[in-house]
Design a protein around this ligand. Structure first.
Ligand code: 13P
Ligand code: SF4
Length: 357
């Protein structure tokens, strides 16, 4: 039963004490998040992984790319555990290393490899945190960097100082929304499409490109629409609409603000007067905010429940299992990033951590 699982997790945690630290992303279900030692967005959880070098195990209640990042940032002795190995991210799967490598070679043919008069290289690769460790390593090895939704503008500025243009992957929406807010015209943000026979990029669009966008997206956030925002404004005059920047550009433009999961949480926490919020992000987080701030009216923009199905794969039964195995001295579901990949990925992650304003 749910109570039994709860008690088992509490008991295993008590026995483990400081030997294990549990990290939980905002999108995790309540039955999991209540056991987390740190709760945060993907940037905060990457930092949290750095703060507990004493813990033998980091149990990551989130998705695969987050656990990989924790493994890269933690010490070699620490074990990073993903309670359910099937908890991936469909967006991260949309960019694989072979396709990115192929794209890069084509870009090198088009732009060459020589810096301009100001020393800026032709292209800087920028990967969203929601990507495999191999892509982070690719960025580390090619002068590039990682970003999250909370620091994408700072990271793009870093990249524009060093490059004439940016290749941004996998999320086209975060790339477009961030660059647009920085004043990059839409016509200078082509989607990368190598298939000339299917209307691929012309020399002209690539010539003028400032940001070349990969065609990835989040299946949860692409569900939000301008029509939903219009409906919310009709049904709730004065409503404040906040969305995640993985939403399509039109949705971000129609909202009152956009930002990472932590930005959304802070915006709700900062409201002094009772306020109505329509929120465009994952349902577990929206429902938790509604419960935590009963003085406000908080609802999800999408009337159809939209959980992130892969985040949801971290069931409390998996958490109980991995913790009880740890109590017995066994490490299960360990995420191990190859040493050579770790080195390059760490370079790109360190650039991000240093670029923080
Ligand atoms: P945050 O960086 O805002 O936590 O977002 C992570 C994510 O996967 C959103 O879909
Ligand atoms: Fe990936 Fe979207 Fe789920 Fe975030 S919400 S983990 S981007 S599928």
């Amino acid at each position: 039963s749910d109570e039994e699982l709860h008690e088992r997790i509490v008991a295993a945690k008590r026995t483990l004490g400081d030997r294990a630290v549990i990290l939980g992303h905002f999108y995790q279900r309540d039955e999991v998040i209540q056991h987390a030692d740190f709760v945060g967005d993907s940037f905060q959880l990457a930092n949290a992984a750095l703060t507990r070098p004493d813990a033998e195990a980091i149990v990551f209640c989130g998705v695969h790319f987050m656990a990989e990042t924790a493994d890269i940032l933690s010490t070699d002795e620490q074990a990073v555990i993903l309670p359910n190995l099937a908890a991936g991210c469909s967006m991260a799967d949309m960019a694989d290393i072979d396709s990115v490598q192929e794209c890069w070679e084509q870009l090198e043919e088009i732009y060459g490899t020589e810096p301009d008069a100001e020393g800026r290289v032709p292209v800087i690769p920028v990967t969203y945190m929601n990507s495999s460790a191999a892509l982070k390593a690719f960025c580390g090895e090619h002068g590039g960097i990682v970003c999250t939704s909370s620091n994408a503008a700072t990271v793009l500025e870093w990249a524009f100082e060093r490059g004439q243009r940016v290749l941004f992957f996998p999320d086209q929406h975060l790339g477009r929304n961030t660059a647009k807010a920085m004043g990059v015209p839409l016509e200078n943000m082509p989607l990368w499409n190598p298939r000339k026979d299917l209307g691929g990029n012309s020399e002209q669009t690539l010539e003028d490109a400032r940001v070349i966008l990969w065609q990835g997206f989040c299946s949860v956030h692409k569900r939000f629409t301008v029509a939903q925002i219009e409906q919310a404004r009709i049904d709730h005059p004065g409503v404040t609409v906040i969305v995640h920047p993985e939403c399509p550009m039109e949705v971000v433009d129609a909202a009152d603000s956009a930002g990472s999961t932590d930005h959304i949480r802070k915006a709700v926490a900062a409201a002094a007067e009772p306020t109505t919020f329509a929120i465009g992000t994952e349902i577990n987080m929206v429902n938790r905010l509604a419960a935590e701030y009963p003085q406000h009216t908080i609802f999800c923009l999408d009337p159809v429940i939209c959980p992130c199905s892969t985040m949801y794969r971290i069931h409390p039964a998996y958490l109980a299992w991995v913790l009880e195995e740890l109590v017995e001295g066994r490490v299960v579901n360990r995420i191990v990033v190859d040493q050579d990949v770790q080195v390059g990925a760490r370079v790109a992650l360190d650039r991000m951590l240093a670029a923080r304003p």
